[in-house]
Design a protein around this ligand. Structure first.
Ligand code: COA
Length: 382
């Protein structure tokens, strides 16, 4: 019998924090924000209201929501030098890198050496929530050779983001899809980027550094980047008819082949957010037409269920979201930034929660190297 703590790769099942923000039951496909199911929020709420719920713990009163909404609208505009900074970035770079650099740079415009002032923290929370869509939209336009647009105070969060990206207002259906998409991506317990936010926050780093770190974490293909990869995969498959031969071929080459957009550390059934996104997709496709990639995705879900279902591997949120964004005309590499725009509310809620009774994260390791090695002077080495 040994007292040595157990090493769990990927920290699976390791408790990293106590949190009252969201709850997942991975066997019953339940995701709740402050007790309210995400499906209900996607249908009934708005991203602004959901953000308040996540940040403050309860639904806002009418007055609170109106003030919050007003405060966000006031903080959307990017500093002109921040826009200059975005313009100097290589247009061929990935928008997630631009977003990470952009939000980090905001810390230069709003420097703070302390996170002990709740009023200043709330102001930063509002500014980050309001500015992230502006950063994403600005870089998307720069890459197309278009002028950056100023935000519109008469539009809500989702509609303004769409307007700042495309230069015209979304239809009501498209606005609803974007708003609901921000809601379903807003929070998801102790995922990699949220954990990153909490770890960075625990050092009392400024909130821009916290969110920048989280954006970097979200950018990887095993996390937020999976929606891009999922879409690329549907395109590579080409058609619903080619799903089975494609998957058979992949599995013959590698029996451990991973289908993008499937599987989740916590969900062992279909991710409830995938159902919401799929429902939204049907709304979008009523305005456009059912794209080939959607038919391919449906067939891949069906075929994959027979193969991976027994392992509890089913579609996650990224499986269908790329297909929806593509139908909205959103460039592929802006998919993950949209995820980040939505997730900002969750990251900020966790940052605020972490600061209450904060203790810096400092886990242990199992040392596998050598000890007491000799230093051999360079001239004596080959
Ligand atoms: N396709 C096929 N099999 C998969 C799979 C996928 N997408 N995801 C997991 N599996 C299988 C693994 O091969 C493994 O099988 P085994 O027990 O026979 O070895 C088992 O399911 C457990 O997978 P594992 O990679 O250990 O799970 P994890 O909890 O460490 O990883 C993810 C979770 C999300 C990283 C993983 O499912 C994945 O890489 N999915 C694809 C990327 C993706 O969609 N990410 C977005 C997440 S929201």
């Amino acid at each position: 019998m040994t007292n040595e703590p157990e090493y769990r790769p990927g920290l699976e099942d390791v408790i990293a924090a106590k949190s009252a923000i969201s709850f997942i039951d991975g066997k019953r496909a339940r995701l709740e924000y402050r007790g309210i199911p995400v499906e209900v929020l996607a249908k009934e709420s708005s991203y602004e209201e959901t953000s308040w719920l996540l940040l403050k713990g309860t639904l806002p009163t009418q007055r609170q929501l109106a003030d919050f909404d007003h405060d966000l609208r006031q903080r959307r505009k990017l500093h002109y030098r921040l826009k200059d900074l975005l313009r100097t970035m290589p247009a061929t770079g990935h928008p997630m890198d631009a977003l990470q650099a952009g939000v980090s740079a905001m810390g230069l415009f709003h420097p703070s050496r302390s996170v002990k002032d709740p009023a200043a923290n709330w102001d930063a929370t509002l500014r980050i929530l309001a500015s992230l869509p502006s950063l994403v939209a600005a870089f998307a336009r720069i890459r197309r050779g278009d002028e950056i647009l100023d935000p519109r105070e008469d539009l809500d969060h989702a509609a303004n983001f769409y307007y700042m990206t495309f230069g015209h207002e979304p239809t009501p259906a498209v606005r609803k899809v974007l708003d609901a998409s921000f809601i379903v991506h807003a929070e998801h317990t102790m995922n990699a980027s949220t954990f990153t936010a909490r770890v960075t926050g625990s050092t009392l780093a400024n909130p821009y550094a916290v969110i920048s770190a989280a954006v970097g974490s979200l950018s990887g293909p095993l996390h937020g980047g999976a929606n891009e990869e999922a879409l690329a995969q549907f395109e590579a498959i080409g058609s619903a008819a080619n799903v089975k031969p494609w998957l058979d071929g992949k599995l013959a080459a590698d029996p451990k082949f991973k289908v993008m957009g499937l599987g989740h550390r916590v969900y062992k059934v279909k991710d409830p957010r995938a159902n919401v996104v799929q429902e939204l997709a049907e709304h979008v496709f009523a305005e456009t037409s059912r794209p080939k990639n959607y038919e391919t995705a449906l067939e891949l879900e069906r075929v994959a269920a027979g193969i991976y279902g027994p392992k509890g591997v089913y579609p996650n949120v990224d499986f269908y979201s790329g297909v929806v964004y593509q139908a909205l005309g959103i460039p592929t590499d802006v998919f993950t930034p949209i995820f980040a725009v939505g997730r900002a509310a969750g990251w900020l809620a966790h940052w605020n929660e972490q600061l209450v009774g904060n203790r810096i994260f400092r886990p242990e390791q199992i040392f596998t190297g050598t000890v007491d090695a000799d230093y051999v002077p360079l001239e004596k080495r080959p």
